[in-house]
Design a protein around this ligand. Sequence first.
Ligand code: ADP
Ligand code: MG
Length: 350
Amino acid sequence: MFKNYFNKFWGMFSEDLGIDLGTSNTLICVRKKGIVLNSPSVVAINNKTKELYAVGEKAKAMIGKTPAHIDAIRPLKNGVIADYEVTEKMLRGFYKEINKGSGKLAGPRVLICVPAGVTQVEKRAVIDISTDAGAREAFLIEEPMAAAIGAGIDVFQPEGNLIVDIGGGTTEIGVISLGGIVKTSSLKVAGDRFDNLITEYIRQEHNLLIGYKTAERLKIEIGAVIPLEEELTCEISGRNLITGLPVNITVTSTEIANALEEAGNQIIEEIKSILEKTPPELSSDIKRTGIYLTGGGALLRGLDKKLSNSLKLNVTVVEDPLNAVINGIAKFLGNFNEYKSILMSPENNY
Ligand code: ADP
Ligand code: MG
């Protein structure tokens, strides 16, 4: 009886962990168990005592609504760790959730996916946070590589593949071949930027002030980058800038497409510039294999069509794009020895 209990307990903690530390969402998987946590990368902190007040979904619900002594913070911004201490508090909060109370990790290996653009100091920081929390060893993997594995691509083939991961803070573009990243680029145009552009558009066109969560809701519910065959609409509330009163308005998907046009073009330009720098043998592979779209931004309506029309390439939105990275990490953990040659060294920068 005691032994059973012990085994269950030990089984939970002794398995390797994988973490997708995204600017919008953090996902954690346990080897052989699958995803055990999927939470917004947000923390609420009591700014007087500096104590953790809430983490994840609870903290995200507080954005824009906190009293003076509580700050709801997203510690990762633009794909980088903007606040080390708060990131540490957040990760410990998540470890606590999966450990049912303890912020300590009892010795597993941890594989963490970081945006390809993070600095050496930040990579060290992510490793230190995990080892401080009790991980025996912490390893890093770049986002485009994890996304490619998650998308089901055989990354060890001598064949070029182009991955575009549109997350919250950054769009990460990577050309992958033979288990390595040949070219990579990180553009600060992604989900957060889309939300800001929508907010700005609604302010200018409707004289209406809306919050971050309303902008994100518009993007998710009716967001598009080209006019849709069947137009979608969504009713939102905000504060009229002239009267100061709260009002409701209806927004269309065509309006969102107008608001996001420039951002879509910036992503296209960045992909073009990577393609221009890609060795010709790999370019001809990509002509055949096309582009794989991952990350939450891949769900924007019409983005695949827009990219494919402008770049004259096939575009595949991978199945379950929000989970592509964590699925890749889970596969990696399931076969650590096969994949370990593609681990990122903390000292290596592209
Ligand atoms: P990160 O890895 O940076 O945390 P994710 O890949 O988790 O980012 O994607 C989060 C982003 O995707 C957020 O900006 C979110 O608003 C956006 N997103 C989620 N679902 C959709 C959707 N259906 N359409 C457009 N954007 C979406
Ligand atoms: Mg991501």
